[in-house]
Every structure is written in C-alpha cells, then in structure tokens.
Design a protein around this ligand. Sequence first.
Ligand code: PGA
Length: 249
Amino acid sequence: MRQTLVAGNWKMNGSLDANRQLLDGIKAGVAEGVSAKVVVCPPAIYIPQAADMLTGSPVSWGGQNLSQEKAGAFTGEISADMLTDLKCEYVIVGHSERRALYGETDALIAEKFQAAQAAGLIPLLCVGELLEEREAGDTEAVVARQLDAVLDKVGIAAMAAGIIAYEPVWAIGTGKTATPQQAQDVHAFIRQRLAQSDAGVAEKVQILYGGSVKPDNAAELFAMADIDGGLIGGASLEAESFLAICRAG
Ligand code: PGA
C-alpha cells in the first residue's frame, strides 16, 4: 500500500509574515491528525524559516529546484548539498515552469534528478503534456519521453527512491483539472512503463497528480487506483485549503 503524499509548491510566493501564518496554520492542522505525508516547498530563500518552524513536526520541507552541479562558480544557483544542509528531504525536479520558462531539457532534468539523489534528497520528478500535445493524441509519447530520459540515466532501481508527479501543463494554474479518469489513465500508463523494467519498483513508486487540485476535487482524484497524492500550487498558499486537500488523502 502506497502512502498518500501531499506537497505544496509555493512557487515564487510568500513573505516572512505570510509564511509564518501559513506554516503555523499547517502545523496546527497536521497536529490534529492527517494520514497523508505533508511536504512544503517554499522559495529557497525561505527554506531556513520553514526549517526553523517545522523542525520537530511531522511536516517535511523541500526545494523547488536545484543545480545539477555540485559546487563552484554558478552564480545564483543552489546545490543539492545546500538543500540537505537545511534539512530538506525533497526537491521538485523538472516542473513544467522550469521546462517552459527556463529552458530545462529532459537531459538536464535527468542530471538534476541524479544530483538530488546523490545528496540523499528525494526528487519529485514532474512530467506532463501541453494542451496541443494532448489534442494531437501525443500525451503518452510525451510522458514516456520525459520519463525515459531519467530512467535511462539513473536506472530503474533509482526510480524506486523517487516520486513522480503527473502534471498536465494545461491544468496548471488554469482551474482546469484533469478528470479523475484522465489522470488515472496517465498514472496507469506511467506505472506500466516502469513495470516494463521492474514490476516491484512500479508498484512501489508514488505517483502524484498536479494541476488545479482544490479541496473540492482532491478526494475523487486521490481515490483513483494509481493516484498517490498531489502536488499543489495555488491551493497550498492558504492553510485551510491546503489542509483540506491533505485530509482528502
Ligand atoms: P496549481 O499548480 O495547483 O496552481 O495548478 C500545480 C503545480 O504547478 O505544481
């Protein structure tokens, strides 16, 4: 049985004051009891604040991105070791905004996945198709290409220690959620593709759904056989809506 995981991707939002309120709210709600594993991914500059506030609570924290390089003259970048220094357990890799706005390629994302694991972080690998790719019937081909780039680099055994998030790009921040069945179909496809290399790993890997998950649609998404939780953007910025999603797990 795979545990449900709900991760909040704050993107470039927040301030010391707003984060304090949000983290206090999340901590208090989680302390009342949720069965899902709860993770928050603040902007890197606020990770120390999250670490200070969340140490000793069941809520974990992670980065939104990392460098594939270990250390050195890479202005503006943050390494895997820096994230682990701040006790991050997770890091998002290959988010569609990184792919679309910052030119991250499948090959670079595979390097980042590997760098994260080498430092002991759990990479949360995002895959997903654009609207035109879905309309052209290319969803599975796109997701397979994104997945295979990482699989080919790190191997199936390493995939067992990672998490995958299926995030159809057309559903991110648009209010257009994939239907539970649309999401389930792609999740099942991902699991099947992993099973071609190793059925045991495929069964074990958590596959999250992301894209306009809200309190009113989380339960039906998380109830699908191959959906093991969610990666939450907009709705993770408010404690009550994030907690409602965590409770749906
Ligand atoms: P959204 O973002 O929940 O605001 O659609 C999800 C994501 O980008 O991870």
